[in-house]
Design a protein. Structure first.
Length: 319
């Protein structure tokens, strides 16, 4: 198997993220703004002692902000621009996710935020055609996984085994001509590994995954995955004792053997709400983000098609 050609990586997206980060960081050192477990709001209790904690709150690995398949809950209004997906060009879609993670056990280190954790995660991702009278369900992806997460200082990693199955919506099957009703029996298990490095307001991550037990059988099995996030701690919309909103931007890039290493780029930027610092127990965060995606469709049943969409979403979770 040949490695992905570097010329296919969207350098303009990465450079744009870095430029935004530098412009917004100002004179403050990116390496002096606190630990990333606190920064990304993983929900770790401040008074947790070293040792084993059953059914713990939070996680030691920060969720991925711009990954379209990160398990969390959200509602996004999107405009499909390409016309090669399940709807016509410039059609409006609603993308909805319901997901969460449940900690099974955590072995905490002596330094706050360090440790090893085993969890269970699950999510459903669905898309609806807002141009149809009954808001037709187009596709639904079901994902369940077992992530093992590890953190030591600024470095963290996630090793995850997960299953995904995808299904076309009944309304879509009824309305489409026969040529568009062919259902892909997309189902697979995957082993994923990601490494993450925190650098003040910046976070870099990268890794990949290998699909196993693939259906259809000709589905190629290798994916390379990376991204960058920028999250300064300063509130740009302070709300006093209620907390405030801070700026957050992220770019996530995936490239796969299945699509001849042609990349998919997902970008999100906007405002993230956080409760006042020191509030216990830590509250989950939510944010309002502008969104952009271009590449192979993240909607399981249409994974062979390239799409482009933009819109706005409200995202909830431990990010």
């Amino acid at each position: 198997m040949d490695p992905p050609p570097m010329s296919l990586i969207p350098r303009h997206a990465a450079l744009g993220s870095f430029a935004t980060a530098i412009l917004l960081s100002g004179p403050v050192s990116l390496l002096a703004q606190g630990s990333f477990p606190d920064r990304c709001g993983t929900g770790l209790p401040a008074n947790e002692k070293a040792g084993y904690t059953p059914l713990p709150r939070g996680d030691v690995f920060c969720p991925l902000v711009a990954d379209p398949k990160a398990p969390h809950s959200f509602v996004s209004l999107l405009q499909e621009r390409s016309g090669s997906g399940p709807v016509q060009p410039n059609s409006n879609l609603a993308s909805v996710g319901i997901g969460d993670m449940f900690g099974l056990g955590r072995w905490s280190g002596s330094r706050p935020g360090d440790g090893v954790q085993l969890s269970l995660s699950a999510a459903v991702f669905a898309q609806f055609d807002l141009e149809a009278p009954s808001y037709d369900l187009l596709n639904a992806d079901y994902v369940i996984g077992i992530p093992l997460t590890i953190r030591r200082g600024r470095g963290s990693m996630r090793v995850r085994v997960y299953h995904q199955s995808s299904h076309l919506g009944d309304e879509y099957l009824l309305r489409e001509p026969p040529a568009r009703r062919d259902r892909e029996n997309l189902s697979f298990e995957s082993v994923e590994a990601l490494l993450s490095l925190d650098a003040g307001a910046l976070r870099f991550y990268g890794g990949g995954e290998r699909l196993i037990n693939r259906d259809p059988a000709d589905l190629a099995g290798t994916i390379v995955h990376g991204g960058v996030e920028f999250r300064p701690m300063t509130w740009i919309v302070p709300l006093g004792g209620l907390g405030g909103f801070r700026f957050l931007a992220a770019t996530d890039v995936k490239t796969s053997e299945e699509h001849d290493w042609k990349p998919s780029v997902s970008a999100r930027a906007g405002l993230e709400y956080d409760r006042a610092r020191g509030t216990q127990p830590p509250g989950r965060r939510w944010g309002i983000f502008a969104e952009y995606y271009e590449g192979p469709s993240p909607y399981g049943q249409f994974f062979r098609e390239r799409v482009q969409y933009a819109g706005v979403g409200v995202h909830f979770g431990g990010f």
